[in-house]
Design a protein around this ligand. Sequence first.
Ligand code: KG4
Ligand code: ZN
Length: 350
Amino acid sequence: MNILGIETSTDETGVAVITDKREVLSHLVLSQIDTHQVFGGVVPEIAARAHLDHLDILIKQAMTEAKLDFSDLDGVAATCGPGLIGGVMVGMMAGKAIALAHNKPFIAVNHLEAHALTPRLVEDIPFPYLVLLVSGGHTQILVAEDIGHYHLWASTRDDAIGECFDKSAKMMGLPYPGGPHMEKLASLCPDIEKAKQDFPFSIPMKGSKEIEFSFSGLKTAMRQSLEKHTHTKESLAELAASFQSTLAETLSYRATQAMQKFQDLYPQKQNPALIVCGGVSANKTIRTSLEQSCVKNGFSLMAPPLEYCTDNGAMIAWAGVELLQAGRISSLSFKARPRWPLEELKDFAI
Ligand code: KG4
Ligand code: ZN
């Protein structure tokens, strides 16, 4: 089975061709980072136009690299939400046009589900499993019961963790997107314990039994810390390291609560797994901290390879494989959805 996947929900134009045997025949990502950097964030209208400018060329290249014609495809998958609606529509309409012209099934992919399924592109992870989705727009803990069946256990009251990284990094004068730049700066800090003493941050809502996130307080704490001190390059590295470490601890703290809840609800489950996905899961400090929490709680941590963490076409193509196998084909009248909570997928009518 050959599936073409198209991703255009934020600032990455991603196209890939994948088989149901987990072979990645082509996988191209064109980042618009340089275009948006001058504005310090993604400008939706510019993003949509950039997808429009490049998508057809990228699709052609992905098909050439995969050595396939459109007639060799078994389906066309495109992100149909959630995301910036102009960009989503560009990718969705391109996918629908190819499906219509070549009489192939069209698969409307929920971007969040694609993130949650990505680790299965690499290895067979049986349902149910716990998902920690950490991206620019979302911070969620979910249980993946099956394709299309997710229970939301935790989300954020305010900012997403990626947004917290990006906005705080911007205050520190770092380029967009801030997450990877903050990680790079933090890596220059020679002594994390000293950094945490010099620039303390605390885990939001620590002690609360609710599994819930909130990141706007940490962003404010970062602003106050920047205003209070006159910084050198060294002290900024310490500040970044302490901040990043608190974000990692926050995720581990809430993931631990979720792992304990999962064990209470699924006591029979052998070798339970926690999947971490979304752009922020590229962060090594976060991965290490989650790894340690998983070991303590008898879970395996599964994280997609770094190239599949941030938005890309391979994750959409793989979701397309799984959805097609589950019979979840969409009609060509499917409407793009700026908001599309994962829990609504269970209402899918086959
Ligand atoms: O999943 P993604 O590519 O797009 C969304 O669906 O949002 O995630 C993008 C987010 C951005 O906020 C970016 O700063 C963050 O992921 N990110 C990172 C790292 N790489 C990307 N955050 C922290 N450390 C990183 N290494
Ligand atoms: Zn994403």
